[in-house]
Design a protein around this ligand. Structure first.
Ligand code: COA
Length: 535
């Protein structure tokens, strides 16, 4: 094991200016998180509490083991997408400890548009299920929702990945033996009623939780029958007459206590297949990353310095350090958990892609999880590399990365572009979790390159049609493309669309990865079957 040596000059003006720039980015992230944690408007929160209900975050807190951490996922999903809706899309999802067992917690926020589901709410719920499924985590859903946000039906109703997929996943997960518990703490209407109905055990709060396919108004309109909430779908009725729910609670706190007892009787949790080493902090402070990543996005980052601040004792057993040196590959530990790291240190060439393929194969053979630290402009282009077969070298890397069934994680630390974004375990390759740092960016290509390519296409058309453009016209053509790409590539756009599971501060990254690695170490090993490698 080599201890990575840092060459960083922490006294330089550049370091100080970069660090100040990064700190401002972290403050902006924290401001958004605060907005998200607050939930709906003051009036809605006050009405919620007047009904004797706990606010959704208080519910989550009471459910979890006291003092234990909660890894929130999709915090910024829906950011800026819906009027009067704070980031988070009206639902809280995350991993926490309940009765000593890691669970996926999904909680509707009834203070945000009655806890109704927008398109992004569905996507976030489905993503939480996927993470739970991959890791065999029990799922606890705290239901308090008016069902579909009716004006957004195109994004909720007809397609895969929308509301109906929640049920489809519930059935599939149940078939795979994953426990699911629902706690009905408010309304649970129409399609929403199937979420608890498809769970193993359901808790409902007396006089507060209501569950029915059609509420009193709809029932009257459809059948002419006049019936009150309680008779139609109240807790007492469902626990004693219909059998739709199993445990009657007197209030939120009681319901959450019952839920903790249910979790305590879910049978034996999976045991860890791996033995972590004693954890050790990196040899250099992780906060120094703020000063390493340049405030000027065009200045590349020395990712050796980044890895030195992410892994235990900065110890890194590098694989093929003298070959394909635009990609750093090697083994390290994070809070004691072993991980194989691929970190870009330049554009991907043939050798780097072949090295990645070999390295991934080794990690699969040794059953070691993979961590991709993405900061790449893409694959090299040009006659020389084409003739050297970069297309088949890249295809090998993609085949290895895509086939590998060890736990896989991605952090976009810098710019991640084009096929480089994809080959470094981009979202389409279904990473177990994927985060971006506030400096993360991703797009088909950079803003300047996109403007250039489209301007060249335009110039060819102009030439064909005998038109000439002035320099000012050319610039007027490029400027909006650049702006659009700037907005698109932003980490917050990725978080808003749930193309990443969240934005992390560099300093949070080790803890998050350690939790995910710990959980992944408890799931059964899945055999990898590689696709065909082109030689
Ligand atoms: N679609 C769109 N908007 C909805 C909605 C729905 N299904 N249900 C509630 N809302 C909106 C309300 O218009 C209101 O918006 P505002 O904040 O801009 O004023 C906000 O959510 C809160 O609704 P409100 O009725 O004031 O809250 P409440 O706590 O008193 O009641 C519900 C919440 C969910 C019980 C109640 O709104 C309701 O019954 N909604 C319809 C439920 C339904 O039939 N859903 C079927 C879906 S398949």
């Amino acid at each position: 094991m080599t201890v990575l040596k840092s060459l960083l000059d922490t006294g330089s003006d550049a370091f100080r200016a970069n660090a100040a720039h990064y700190r401002a980015k972290i403050e902006a992230l924290e401001a958004l998180r605060r907005e998200q944690r607050l939930g709906g408007p003051e009036k809605a929160r006050a009405r919620h509490e007047q009904k004797g209900k706990l606010l959704p975050r208080e519910r989550v807190e009471r459910l979890l083991d006291p003092g234990s951490p909660f890894l929130e996922l999709g915090e910024l999903a829906g950011l800026g997408k819906y009027e009067d809706v704070p980031p988070g899309a009206g639902i809280i999802t995350g991993i926490g400890l309940v009765a000593g067992r890691h669970c996926m917690v999904i909680a509707n926020d009834a203070t945000v548009k009655g806890g109704t589901y927008f398109g992004m709410t569905c996507k976030k719920h489905v993503r939480a299920q996927r993470i739970a499924w991959n890791n065999r985590l029990p799922v606890i859903t705290l239901v308090d929702s008016g069902g579909a946000f009716l004006p957004d039906q195109a994004n909720i109703f007809p397609d895969e990945g929308q509301f109906g997929s929640i049920f489809h996943n519930q059935v599939g997960m149940s078939g795979d033996g994953i426990p699911q518990i629902a706690v009905v703490m408010g309304p649970c209407t129409a399609g929403g009623a199937y979420i608890p109905a498809l769970c193993d055990e359901v808790v409902i709060v007396r006089g507060q939780g209501f569950m029915y396919l059609g509420g009193p108004e709809l029932t009257y309109a459809a059948t002419g029958e006049r019936v009150d909430n309680e008779t139609l779908g109240g807790g007492k009725m469902h626990c004693s007459v219909s059998g739709v729910t199993d445990h009657l609670a007197e209030n939120d706190a009681h319901a959450l206590a019952i839920t903790r007892e249910i979790v305590a009787h879910l049978g034996e949790p999976g045991t860890r297949r791996k033995t972590p080493a004693p954890p050790a902090p990196p040899a250099y402070p992780v906060e120094q990353i703020h000063g390493i990543i340049s405030r000027d996005a065009k200045v590349p980052t020395d990712n050796r310095e980044i890895v030195a601040r992410l892994v235990d004792a900065s110890a890194f057993h590098e694989f093929k350090p003298l070959y394909g040196d635009t990609l750093m590959t090697g083994w390290a530990r994070i809070h004691g958990h072993e991980v194989g790291i691929l970190a870009n240190t330049g554009v991907l060439f043939v050798e780097a892609a072949l090295k990645a393929t070999h390295f991934i194969d080794l990690c699969v053979q040794r059953d070691i999880p993979l961590l991709f630290l993405a900061d790449v402009n893409g694959f090299m282009v040009g006659r020389e590399v084409e003739q050297a077969g970069i297309a088949k070298a890249g295809a090998k890397m993609i085949t290895a990365m895509s086939s590998a069934r060890v736990p896989k994680f991605t952090i976009i630390t810098g710019g991640s572009y084009g096929a480089g974004y994809l080959a470094m375990l981009g979202r389409p390759f279904q990473p177990d979790a994927m985060f971006a740092w506030p400096t993360g960016r991703a797009a088909i290509m950079g803003p300047d390159q996109a403007a250039s390519v489209l301007a060249q296409v335009r110039a060819q058309i102009n030439e064909r049609e005998g038109r000439r453009w002035t320099e000012a016209e050319d610039e007027a053509f490029r400027a909006p493309i650049r702006r659009e790409y700037e907005t698109f590539q932003d980490a917050y756009n990725f978080a808003a669309n749930l193309w990443v599971d969240g934005i992390l501060q560099p300093a949070e990254t080790r803890d998050v990865l350690a939790l995910l690695l710990d959980i992944a170490a408890r799931r059964p090993k899945v055999e990898t079957r590689f696709g065909v490698f082109r030689f």
